[in-house]
Write a protein that binds this ligand. Structure first.
Ligand code: DON
Length: 578
C-alpha cells in the first residue's frame, strides 16, 4: 500500500485488495467504495476504508500509520492526540485534557470519555483574587496555579486499553519518534510562541523548550523534545503509572511547587479518566451523540435542537432562521451559566434541561419578530478567543468512530513547562467560575455549580459529536472556547441539511451566548438585507474574526463514500490564527 501524505486531511483506503491509499493535498478528496455494493443500493455496514481530519498533517499521518499497522479508530485517536501534543502544543497536549465521543461499530456502543483536568486538593479561591478582591487574571491563566491535574495521559491509556487493538507502545510510537527525531514547527506554533514570549520567559524550563536561543524557533528549524519523548515512553511502558506515579509525578510536583503551585503526589495518583453516558438527542431523524457534563456543550446543543424542532427552518428566509437559532442559543447559554458543573459534585436538573416540554416552554417565549433582551445576568465582555484547542475526527474501515476535542485551554496553556518532563501545563483552572459571575477568558459566567473544589472538574464547552442518520453519518467538532458549542451546532444543522464535509467546515458562522447580548458574526455570513432585518428585530450584530478550526469526517452509507475536511480558515502554515 502506498500512502502519499500532503494535507492535513486524508482518506485512507484499507480495502482488502490492498489498493493504493490516497490523500487530500489541501483540498480534501474522497474515496469511493466497492462499485458493485453501491449499485445494490444497500446501506453499507462498514466503510472498508478510513478517514481522519486533524489540525496537523503530522498528526493525521500518525493516525494513518497506526491504522496501517492493524489499529482501529481508537488506536489511531491515541496516535493523533499524542502527536498533536508534540507538534501542536499551543492547542492541546500531555499536560492538558480532552473529551471524546466514541462509537464502537461491532455492538453499536456509544461512550463519552472524560479526560478533563481536576482541581488539586489544595485549591484555594483566594489565589485567584488580587488583594483588593478583584479577579487576578494572571494566576487564573499563567503559571502553575492556573493548571488543573492533567487528564490527557489517563484518557489515552483508557481508550487504548478498553477500545484499542494495539499496545500503547505501537499507538504512541509516532509521537515518541516525532518528539525524539524532531520536526519543523509550523508558522502557527512559531507565532503562538512569539505571542506568549513574555510569559514563557518567566519559567526557565519553558524558556529551554520554546525559546532555545532566546527566541522562538526559526522557520525551517528542526525542533526536538527529548523530555516529552521520554515521558510518553514511560506511559507506553507503564500506562497511567508512567505519568501519575513515580519519576514523572515526582518531577511534576517538584516543579509546580517550586514555582508557587500546590499540587501533591496524591493529586496525581488520584486522577482518573472516566467513561460517562453521552447525551443523545434526536433531531429530524438523526441521532446526535454528544458530550455530557462536565461539558456544557451537549446539554446546550440538545436544548437548542429541541427548541428548533418546533420550527420548520427550511421554509424561512435567512433572517427569520437566524432569529430562531439565536434565540435558542441565548436560552441554552443562560442555563449553562446557571446550572452546569461537574456531575460528580453538582446535582443538575438534566431531566428538565433535556426535556422536550422544557423546550416547548422556551420556544413559546420567543417572539416571532423581536430579539429577547438578555437581561437576567450582568453584562460580560467576551474577548476574541484564539482557536487554541484542537479537534479531530476519525472513521475507520469497520465503522468505528472517534470525535475528540483536546485542550490546554488558552494559547500555550499556562506557558509553564515542568522541568525534565517536557510537559506544558494547561491553564484550565480559568474554566471554573473562579469568581462568581465574573467572566472567564471566553466571557462565560458561572455560579456555585462551577465553583472550584478539590478534585472537581471545571466546566467545558468542548462538544465532540457524532451524528448518525439512516444513510449518512458525521463525526464533528471544533475549538473556539464558548463558540465551540454554536459552531458544532451549526455544523450539525448544515450536515442534516445535506452539506458535504467540505461545505460544513467552510460554512460562515455566527454565535450568541446570552451575555454579552450580541450576535457575533463572521464577515460574509449575512447579506445586507439579512443584517438589516436582524438589526430591525433588535439584534446587535458584532463582527468577529476568529471562527474555529473544525475537522469533520462524513460517511455516506449509500455510496460508501468517506469525506474528510479541515477548516479552510486555517490553511497549513498560516502565521496568524484567530
Ligand atoms: O474546555 C473549554 O471549554 C476550553 N478550555 C476550551 C478552550 C478553547 O477552545 C480555546 N480555543 N479557543
Amino acid at each position: 500500500m502506498s500512502v502519499s501524505l500532503h494535507g492535513r486531511v486524508l482518506v485512507l483506503s484499507l480495502l482488502l485488495t490492498g489498493t493504493a491509499a490516497f490523500a487530500a493535498d489541501g483540498s480534501p478528496k474522497t474515496a469511493t467504495g466497492n462499485a458493485a455494493q453501491v449499485q445494490s443500493a444497500q446501506l453499507q455496514q462498514r466503510p472498508g476504508h478510513a478517514a481522519i481530519a486533524s489540525a496537523n498533517y503530522l498528526a493525521t499521518n500518525a493516525g494513518l500509520e497506526v491504522l496501517a499497522k492493524g489499529g482501529n479508530a481508537f488506536d489511531a485517536a491515541v496516535a493523533v492526540a499524542s502527536t498533536l501534543s508534540v507538534v501542536e502544543p499551543e492547542s492541546s497536549g500531555i499536560g492538558g485534557g480532552f473529551m471524546a465521543v466514541l462509537h464502537r461499530a461491532k455492538d453499536d456502543h456509544d461512550v463519552f470519555i472524560d479526560a478533563r483536568e481536576t482541581a488539586p486538593a489544595a485549591v484555594n479561591p483566594r489565589d485567584y483574587l488580587n488583594p483588593d478582591g478583584s479577579p487576578n487574571r494572571d494566576t487564573a491563566l499563567k503559571g502553575p496555579l492556573s493548571a488543573g491535574i492533567p487528564g490527557e495521559p489517563a484518557g489515552l491509556v483508557l481508550i487504548a486499553k478498553r477500545y484499542g487493538r494495539l499496545p500503547l507502545q505501537q499507538s504512541l510510537a509516532p509521537a515518541i519518534r516525532t518528539a525524539r527525531d524532531g520536526f519543523q514547527p509550523d508558522a502557527r506554533l512559531r507565532h503562538s510562541i512569539a505571542e506568549e514570549q513574555q510569559n514563557i520567559q518567566r519559567w526557565p524550563a519553558s524558556v529551554a523548550k520554546y525559546l532555545p536561543d532566546g527566541k522562538p524557533p526559526a522557520d525551517g528549524a528542526i525542533w526536538r523534545d527529548p523530555d516529552q519523548a521520554r515521558t510518553w515512553e514511560l506511559i507506553a511502558a507503564h500506562g497511567d503509572d508512567g505519568f501519575y506515579r513515580g519519576e514523572t509525578a515526582q518531577k511534576l510536583v517538584a516543579a509546580v511547587r517550586a514555582a508557587g503551585g500546590n499540587w501533591t503526589l496524591a493529586d496525581l495518583a488520584g486522577y482518573q479518566a472516566k467513561e460517562r453516558t453521552p447525551i443523545v438527542v434526536n433531531y429530524r431523524g438523526y441521532r446526535i451523540v454528544t458530550a455530557p457534563p462536565p461539558s456544557s456543550g451537549g446539554v446546550a446543543i440538545a436544548e437548542i435542537l429541541n427548541i428548533l424542532s418546533g420550527f420548520d427552518l427550511s421554509k424561512m428566509d435567512q433572517a427569520q432562521r437566524v432569529h430562531y437559532i439565536v434565540e435558542a442559543m441565548r436560552r441554552a447559554f443562560r442555563d449553562h451559566n446557571d446550572y452546569l458543573g461537574d456531575p460528580d459534585f453538582v446535582k443538575m436538573p438534566l431531566d428538565m434541561l433535556l426535556s422536550p416540554y422544557y423546550a416547548d416552554g422556551l420556544r413559546q417565549s420567543i417572539l416571532p419578530d423581536r430579539a429577547t433582551p438578555s437581561s437576567m445576568l450582568p453584562r460580560a465582555e467576551a474577548p476574541e478567543p484564539g482557536m487554541h484547542t484542537t479537534h479531530f475526527s476519525i472513521i475507520d474501515a469497520d465503522g468505528n468512530m472517534a470525535a475528540i476535542t483536546s485542550t490546554v485551554n488558552y494559547v500555550m496553556g499556562s506557558t509553564f513547562v515542568a522541568a525534565g518532563t517536557g510537559v506544558l501545563l494547561n491553564d484550565e483552572m480559568d474554566d471554573f467560575a473562579l469568581v462568581p459571575n465574573k467572566p472567564n477568558v471566553y466571557g462565560l459566567l458561572g455560579s456555585a455549580a462551577n465553583a472550584p473544589a478539590p478534585g472537581k472538574r471545571m466546566l467545558s464547552s468542548m462538544s465532540p459529536s457524532i451524528v448518525i442518520g439512516a444513510d449518512r453519518t458525521a463525526v464533528i467538532g471544533s475549538p473556539g472556547g464558548s463558540t465551540i458549542i454554536t459552531q458544532v451546532l451549526e455544523g450539525i444543522l448544515h450536515f442534516i441539511d445535506g452539506e458535504s464535509a467540505q461545505q460544513i467546515a467552510a460554512h460562515k458562522r455566527f454565535h450568541h451566548q446570552y451575555m454579552p447580548d450580541e450576535v457575533m458574526v463572521e464577515d460574509g455570513t449575512f447579506d445586507p438585507a439579512t443584517s438589516d432585518a436582524l438589526t430591525k428585530m433588535g439584534y446587535a450584530l458584532k463582527q468577529r474574526e476568529s471562527w474555529g478550526f473544525m475537522n469533520v469526517v462524513t460517511w455516506d452509507r449509500k455510496t460508501n463514500q468517506l469525506d474528510a475536511a479541515s477548516d479552510p480558515r486555517r490553511p497549513s502554515g498560516l502565521g496568524k490564527v484567530q
